[in-house]
Design a protein around this ligand. Structure first.
Ligand SMILES: [Zn+2]
Length: 290
């Protein structure tokens, strides 16, 4: 029989360990249920292409605020990178995301193109651990969108590359497409978009998996386990018009880094136009990871 004092000490230590474990578990659960919702653009950065009729920054904020309400109602903690029409630099957005360890980053955007016929949903991720989330969000959004499934792509957008937590960027349709733009102007449809993104975050299966649109090039590469099914496409070179937006450029630092690499590697490359070099850099970045 152990002395009473020893037994008391032992029980106290045991209780402390149990309390600590319970706290850690609750903390981990709370963190994994923190979502950073990033409404694309804002303030002086209107988003989209020059002269675009429907403002991307307004649509992204509206869907993000709807997403926030839906997620909070489901018990998630939601942090918004912006909650009004203000300009938030990309570095500040990633700094906000990176200050919540264990959270998940979801960036909401709408697409634009000079070709009015372009339409549909695209979802992007960069980190390998974000592929499953990208697939879930993509399938859920595609299921409710009356437009094309343009696929899931891996690409090093600033907000995906510079976040140290899993992250996805979803392009919820083309504002420059007359039909899709009109659909997006409908508040009930934007609510459905937000609900679809939330279902993807909750990892609920999509009711309907729309096939990839015939124009997309199917990928023959080995895909991450998390992406099973027909909706993955290899990231094609980004058309020049898409690079007019601040969001879709690489960072100034990375641009200057890639410039210096190019200068070292080949003198002749200096003669190339900067934009086309940026495109080449993007393709290389992708090739290294997919
Ligand atoms: Zn955008």
């Amino acid at each position: 029989m152990l002395p009473t004092s020893f037994r008391l000490t032992y029980l106290k230590s045991l209780a402390a360990v149990v309390v600590a474990l319970a706290f850690c578990g609750a903390e981990a659960r709370a963190q994994s249920r923190t979502i950073i919702v990033d409404a694309g653009h804002g303030g002086i950065d209107r988003g989209g292409v020059p002269g675009q009729r429907i403002s991307e920054k307004e649509m992204t904020l509206d869907v993000s605020q709807r997403l926030r309400r839906i997620l909070e109602a489901s018990g998630y903690r939601v942090i918004m990178t912006r909650n009004s029409d203000v300009f938030v630099p990309l570095g500040q957005r990633t700094a906000i995301a990176n200050s919540y360890r264990g959270a998940t980053f979801v960036s909401v955007h709408f697409n634009s193109a000079r070709r009015a016929g372009a339409n549909g949903i695209e979802t992007y991720y960069y980190r390998g651990d974000s592929a499953g989330l990208a697939a879930n969000i993509h399938r859920n959004v595609v299921a409710i969108a009356p437009t094309e499934n343009r696929g899931i792509r891996r690409r090093g957008y600033f907000v995906l590359r510079r976040t140290s937590i899993p992250g996805v960027l979803v392009e919820c349709g083309f504002l420059t497409n007359p039909y899709e733009g009109r659909t997006i102007l409908n508040a009930a449809y934007r609510q459905r978009l937000a609900e679809a993104i939330a279902r993807g975050i909750r990892r609920q299966p999509a009711g309907y998996n729309k096939p990839l649109n015939p124009g997309s090039r199917a990928s023959a590469e080995a895909l991450p386990q998390a992406i099973a099914g027909p909706d993955f496409v290899r990231a094609a070179p980004r058309p020049r018009y898409r690079r007019t937006s601040r969001y879709h450029r690489s960072s100034r630092a990375s641009r200057s880094r890639s410039r210096s690499t190019r200068q070292k590697s080949s003198r002749s490359k200096r003669t190339k136009k900067k934009r086309s070099s940026d495109n080449i850099q993007f393709i290389r970045t992708n090739a290294a990871f997919v």
